[in-house]
Ligand binder design. Structure first.
Ligand SMILES: [Fe+2]
Length: 458
């Protein structure tokens, strides 16, 4: 495949932003979610392919749900593994005693470095925020851990990212043939074969005295073309179900500066406020094996959880094979300088203010390694008139047009899969030195060498 896109002829380059930053506004969500149970599905939810009603729903609202798309027995080995993980053992959760599942975060350590390889910047251990680091200021963000533990608007949440690059888990979820069939039926090919997903996100029930759950609507502002959530356990109404704002992609899409990389404008902020005020969100309820397929720019939130079960969902990103540019890198601050994010054309611009030495290439560079698609799209063209211009939506038959594009960590020879003594479900991409991914051109400019499309030339 030869290069067809002239990126420099496209729109201007937007200011760089932190790859971990979601897009939202200060406006509080106003509407109460509607619980979307199977009786509300349009015809076709129980089978592969798309009915006319489902196509219309995706066109107008930006989502479609398929029931029992993956046999629930498929998830058995991962449930077993789930109960053995450090956040579960630390809080002494017992599968046979639901009362032990409540607010486990009471027993979690403030910082954890569970299931990590000892390969920070190639040799040292993964540091805690208190550790001195030669590539960053003390206390700088360390990057994603295999087990991200937080308390989100009332509920404790465990994002088990480390399972997201387990090959067997990926085959059972994102690369499941029925899932890939639906991706191609909706988005169209060539579909980029998923090599990882974000892992299992578990939302725990809370103690009666804990604060009520609230919604936290946002959109992820990455290159994801389809956001997909699979339940590996049943989710009843008001039990933390993945919650989306129907029609939000349709409203946000025309406000982006670009068609393929979401670049927010003032209009995006206004639209986000409108969505949070006026649109009734829907909560995806269902059984293990049910899957919701959404447009990638959907406004979403973890659901309100008043139940007594653990909500276990697999969060996934899908993309077409496209020409891409470099990854969404971010460099830690050093010598008193601030964090610097890489721009869309692969430039880190480091200022000598605050006494920083811009030519110092031994600084920690990380990316959002939980993503399967971590590279900007090369084309910076403006949005299409029709948001679904390039989509299939049942127009062409599914031909299994799935391409085994090398994942970004292979393109850049980065460590991701667990090495050494890391238990299954661990590992992740540590920091690498800036000088290993970029060249210094003087005047504070570091230019990243893109490896994104090398595989196409072969
Ligand atoms: Fe999100």
């Amino acid at each position: 495949m030869k290069s067809k896109v002239n990126a420099t002829a496209d729109a201007p380059i937007p200011p760089p932003y932190d790859p971990e930053a979601a897009f939202s506004t200060k406006q509080k969500p106003v509407q109460t979610p509607l619980s979307l149970t199977p009786d509300l599905d349009p015809p076709g939810a129980d089978r592969l392919g798309l009915t006319q009603e489902e196509i219309t729903q995706f066109r107008e609202k930006g989502y479609v749900i398929k029931r029992a798309l993956i046999p629930k027995e498929t998830f058995k080995p991962f449930h077993d593994l789930w109960w053995q993980q450090p956040p579960i053992r630390a809080a002494k959760l017992d599968p046979n005693r639901p009362e032990s599942w409540v607010s486990p975060g009471r027993f979690w350590p403030d910082e954890n470095r569970w299931s990590l390889p000892e390969n920070w910047m190639g040799k040292g251990i993964w540091p805690s925020p208190e550790d001195e680091r030669f590539g960053a200021e003390k206390g700088e963000r360390v990057g994603r851990l295999p087990h991200k533990l937080t308390r989100d608007t009332g509920n404790y949440v465990w994002r088990w990212h480390g399972i997201g690059h387990d090959p067997e888990f990926v085959r059972a979820t994102s690369a499941h043939p029925n899932v890939l069939y639906m991706i191609e039926a909706l988005m169209g090919g060539p579909v980029k074969l998923p090599h990882r997903n974000r892992g299992i996100y578990s939302v725990f029930p809370r103690l009666p005295d804990d604060p009520e759950t609230r919604l936290g609507p946002h959109m992820d502002q990455n290159m994801t073309e389809m956001q997909v959530v699979t339940y590996i356990d049943d989710v009843e109404p008001s039990s933390g179900g993945f919650t989306i704002y129907p029609e939000s992609p349709q409203l946000l899409y025309p406000t982006s500066q670009q068609a393929h990389n979401f670049v927010a404008t003032d209009a995006s902020t206004e639209v986000m406020d409108h969505i949070k005020e006026e649109i009734q969100p829907i909560e995806f309820c269902g059984k293990a094996g049910d899957v919701i397929f959404c447009h990638g720019w959907v406004v979403h939130s973890a659901g309100i959880h008043k139940g007594d079960r653990i909500r276990k969902a697999v969060v996934q990103d899908f993309n077409r094979v496209r020409e891409r540019s470099h990854m969404r890198w971010t460099a830690a601050g050093k010598h008193g300088g601030v964090r610097i994010n890489c721009s869309m054309d692969g430039i880190f611009k480091i200022s000598a203010d605050h006494g920083d030495d811009p030519s110092d290439g031994m600084r920690e560079v990380t990316n959002q390694w939980i993503m399967d698609s971590n590279e900007f799209v090369l084309s910076r063209r403006p949005p299409f008139q029709d948001m679904l211009e390039e989509w299939n939506l049942g127009e062409r038959p599914v031909e299994r047009n799935v391409i085994n594009e090398p994942p970004w960590w292979q393109k850049y020879n980065l460590p991701l899969l667990p090495t050494g003594v890391v238990p299954r479900g661990g590992g992740g991409t540590p920091a690498v030195p800036l000088q290993s991914v970029a060249n210094y051109e003087g005047d504070g400019i570091w230019r990243v060498t893109s490896r994104a499309n090398d595989w196409m030339q072969k």
